[in-house]
Design a protein around this ligand. Structure first.
Ligand code: NAD
Ligand code: UFG
Length: 345
């Protein structure tokens, strides 16, 4: 079984490649390295001791993408390729709509041309927008509050229309909550460009001494300690969820959305404490104003994924912090150092 992974060199993509290779799948990776480095895929090879073809291809390049389908008999696609920074999407909406929406249109059209009709799509809990109550379950009305979120919402709708037009398609929309952590080997992990937007990458950089202190965005939310509550999920659990979703789309036709979360919410202060305990490093912090667009509480109702995919998250917050720290400590500059060494030689 040969699976095309778009955006496979990225954070969630690399972890999913590991799970797929360990599960006996053949993979083909496509990535334009706009937010990743080829080194991440060498690390996947190192972890799994398996090789696979990689194409430095932009999914917007229809001709190049078509060649990938011509050269490989693809059975299904896991589609990670996309831009994901909320703030950047507000400043550069066209870039986000073009890359994420047009990229998906081109991918689906090439799939149609090659009669490949099984796809697992990286959606996001961001499609729930500002909800009144938690947990979020899949049937809630959807809304988006920024261009990034709207690309996810639009792609979900486009995929629904594709299924309506042809019931041979089989589509899983995976709505991730907050992926954190890293593979337990410490060889692959999240490698953000510049100043991290997300909580755990920022905390990791404070712990390793790259940044002075964390800014805690608001301590006046209606939560037990006033700081924002999120459903953090270990990236390896998330990756395992993709294998389960893939099994499902390979066996059935239809379109279904699944929340991938732990169904447990932790506050910013609880994450800081857990990270301190698991890294042995102090995390100095300062309370700042709320970040524009943030919600107080978000966590998943993950029962549908449990019932229909046979998937639940297994790792807890301590595992997530321990693994995030192992990756950060072993790779203080992400994948950069080895890249620079290679460039010098
Ligand atoms: P990432 O940036 O690490 O990975 C995305 C990969 O896609 C990168 O390697 C990038 O180079 C590649 N890419 C982007 N545009 C491309 C294009 N046009 N052609 C080919 N490759 C392209 O991000 P991630 O955290 O691994 O996220 C993967 C997917 O999951 C994204 O679609 C993202 O929106 C979604 N998602 C992520 C999170 C999160 O918190 N990390 C949460 C919800 C949803
Ligand atoms: N936070 C801080 N300081 C920081 C970064 C974050 O206090 O430096 C707080 C936030 O205010 C929030 C929590 O930590 O309460 C988590 O923030 P993240 O940025 O890590 O995650 P978000 O839940 O805000 O965002 C994530 C994804 C987005 C997605 C959104 C909604 O990163 O792509 O979930 O699903 F849109």
């Amino acid at each position: 079984m040969k699976i095309l992974i778009t955006g496979g060199a990225g954070y969630i993509g690399t972890h999913t490649c590991v799970e797929l290779l360990n599960g006996g799948y053949e993979i083909v990776v496509v990535d334009n390295y706009s937010n990743s480095k080829p080194e991440s895929l060498d690390r996947v090879r190192e972890i799994t001791n398996k090789d696979f073809p990689v194409y430095a291809v932009d999914i917007l390049d229809r001709k190049a993408l078509t060649s990938v389908f011509t050269e490989n008999e693809i059975d299904a696609v896991i589609h990670f390729a996309g831009l994901k920074a909320v703030g950047e999407s507000v400043s550069f909406p066209l870039r986000y709509y073009y890359n994420n929406v047009t990229g998906t249109l081109i991918l689906c059209d090439v799939m149609r041309e090659f009669a490949v009709s099984k796809i697992v799509f990286s959606s996001s809990a961001t499609v729930y927008g500002m909800q009144e109550c938690v947990p979020f379950h899949e049937d809630l009305p959807l809304q988006a509050t920024n261009p990034y979120g709207r690309t996810k919402l639009m792609i979900e709708e486009i995929l629904h229309d594709i299924y309506q037009s042809n019931h041979n398609w089989s589509i899983a929309l995976l709505r991730y909550f907050n992926p954190i952590g890293a593979h337990h080997s410490g060889l692959i992990g999240e490698d953000p460009n510049g100043i991290p937007n997300n909580l755990v990458p920022y905390i990791s950089q404070v712990a390793v001494g790259k940044r002075d202190k964390l800014h805690v965005f608001g301590n006046d939310y209606p939560t037990h300690d006033g700081t924002g509550v999120r459903d953090y999920i270990h990236v390896s659990d998330l990756a395992a969820g993709h294998v389960k979703a893939l099994e499902k789309v390979l066996q059935t036709e239809g379109i279904e959305a699944y929340n991938l979360g732990t169904s447990i919410g932790y506050s910013v202060m609880e994450v800081i404490q857990a990270f301190e305990e698991n890294s042995g490093r102090a995390i100095p912090y300062e309370i700042k104003n709320r970040r524009l667009g943030d919600i107080a509480v978000s966590f998943a109702d993950s029962q549908k994924a449990e019932k229909e995919l046979g998937w639940t998250a297994k790792k807890g917050l301590d595992d997530m912090c321990r693994d995030a720290w192992r990756w950060q400590e072993k790779n203080p500059n992400g994948y950069e150092e080895k890249e620079q060494l290679l460039n010098k030689n």
